[in-house]
Write a protein that binds this ligand. Sequence first.
Ligand code: ZN
Length: 318
Amino acid sequence: MSSIQACNYPALIRFTEVGLRDGLQMESVFVPTETKLELVKALIRAGVRYLEISSFVSPRAVPQLRDAEALISAIPRDSGVHLAALAPNRRGVQRAVDARVDSVVLFVSASESHNGKNLNCEIARSLDNIGEAAQAAREASMPMQGAIAVAFGCPFEGEIDPDALLRIAERYLEIGCEGITLGDTTGMATPLIVQQTLMRLRQAFGPVPVTAHFHNTRGMALANMLEALRMGVTSFESSLGGIGGCPFAPGATGNVSTEDAVHMAHHLGIETGIDLDLLIQAALQLEAVLGRPLPGQVMRAGDRLRRYAIEAQVAAVG
Ligand code: ZN
């Protein structure tokens, strides 16, 4: 990559691919386990080492992810790949432990309305459930990450109360989460809100490891990611081809595309460990599986320095 290192950005960042979970949960047709496995292998070939592979929620709530155990057991683990899975409660954590994932992601929404839709209970009750889930995880020495959905805005309530968000983060840290994931579930973040939220977290808890999860619903995902990078965030979640959404949030659309985000990082002089060409191949493979054009842009345009053979181009009129 370029030898120029932009001094304000981290030298190395981590991408966690969430397309298999956040992306496929929105698809109307079940993607067979074998096909998911081929996509996972393509991602591993491209250098992706962190995957949020599935969700241990009720198969009735999210039928697309009903094959979590089968998929996880089929993935070759010798490549150093880290598999994380979402777990809403103690039962979900137990399934994650039995399936031998590397970490679990607990989740709560920052607004009562979204939490009610997503988890069918009040935030206070969710925080109790999370305490039980965390106990199960600790007993199994399973690392935990605490995710906050609609962290930058709620499609039902608008702005998020900063204190509500801090209370959830505090709870996550109390129960032993290694980091906090801020989820922009319906793409309501702006760079200013990202900056303010990160500053509040830092003022309250010091340098807690934050993972940023942006959706591109309003075309702001890369701008928000850039602001998070500027604020020192080194862990991001993204989806191959820009697929994704939330079945329990109106207007939710895709995550920031992994290829677009990796492309931006590389041209900021930031290492990702990911090969962009192989990643684009994986995105095109996913596009063929889903049978429709995906929202990712770099998967179509290629690297900014992609060059075309001049003689192959049709001459302009005149
Ligand atoms: Zn999401």
